[in-house]
Design a protein around this ligand. Structure first.
Ligand SMILES: Nc1ncnc2c1ncn2[C@@H]1O[C@H](COP(=O)(O)OP(=O)(O)OP(=O)(O)O)[C@@H](O)[C@H]1O
Ligand SMILES: [Mg+2]
Length: 261
């Protein structure tokens, strides 16, 4: 039985002045799957992410998440509906520790009234304890709890990327969008990250990924959508994508032969 569709992209087009970054993009993401967007540099992958998460407005088309149209909503409104992303370049508070970064993320989802927080009511203290426990759980899940007290600015690149995922998890996603999460990571870190994606998915979180690391993409994706110059050229499981002549011509070619070798 196929899982229900949670995200439906219908005829999405994104134009920047005279440049068409995405043209008539249509695809669906099903509950619980890992769907990966691949394609050459400039194919429109990040632009599609930006439109889904409200950072840019599409020129045409529909973006529907669990029955609700996201077009026109602001990023925070979309995140509040469970659609949460990380960025191609890292974006955490460098002056805060890992723990504080995650705690801040959890607070943004908090439901306490500012006045209750100011007055230090018992309910606030209980909430605070619960949030701190939750922050630890997230750091443990991501595997960075040993360095929880270190400032983000002091972290090596790979752990900074993991922290970014932890902060995204603090926003309680039901759909998590990851834009090139392992770029700049070494092979060991990349392998660990693949395990992490398995753990995130086991929590019931659906994952939409953009990634150029083909070993990882072929290893963890249920389905792959390949873009070329803003258009879809294939939408299929990894085994079929690897054999698709158009995907090989436009993108995989040398890259995949290298990744396998
Ligand atoms: N804010 C913007 N203003 C103008 N042009 C943009 C903007 N964002 C992206 N573009 C252009 O849109 C096209 C698609 O870019 P996009 O960043 O979506 O590609 P991508 O598939 O994510 O590439 P990469 O794999 O290199 O990250 C490119 O030609 C890019 O230069
Ligand atoms: Mg990109």
């Amino acid at each position: 039985m196929t899982a229900p569709t949670v995200l439906s992209i219908e005829g999405l087009s994104i134009r920047f002045g005279g440049l068409t970054a995405v043209e008539d993009l249509t695809f669906q993401v099903r509950e619980g799957e890992v769907l990966t967007l691949i394609g050459p540099n400039g194919a429109g992958k990040t632009s599609a992410f930006n439109a889904i998460t409200g950072y840019i407005q599409p020129s045409a088309g529909d973006i529907v998440y669990r029955g609700e149209c996201l077009v026109g909503m602001k990023p925070n409104q979309i995140a509040a509906r469970g659609v949460v992303r990380t960025f191609q370049k890292t974006s955490v508070f460098s002056g805060l520790t890992m723990f504080e970064n995650v705690l801040t993320g959890l607070h943004l989802r908090g439901k306490q009234h500012p006045l209750a927080i100011m007055l230090g009511l018992p309910s606030v203290r209980r909430d605070e304890e619960r949030l701190r426990a939750e922050a630890w759980e997230i750091l443990k899940l991501v595997g960075i709890e040993a360095r929880a007290g270190e400032q983000a600015s002091a972290l090596p690149y790979g752990e900074l990327r993991l922290l970014e995922v932890a902060v995204a998890l603090a926003a309680k996603p039901t759909l998590l969008l990851l834009d090139e999460p392992v770029s700049g990571m070494n092979p060991t870190e990349t392998a660990d990250f693949m395990t992490l994606i398995g753990r995130i998915r086991a929590l019931g979180i659906t994952i939409l990924l953009v990634e150029h690391d083909m070993k990882m993409v072929m290893g963890i994706s249920d389905r792959i959508v390949c873009l070329n110059q803003g258009r879809i050229i294939a939408d299929a499981p990894p085994a079929e994508i690897q054999k698709d002549p158009e995907v090989i011509r436009a993108y995989l070619g040398e890259r995949y032969v290298r990744a396998r070798g």
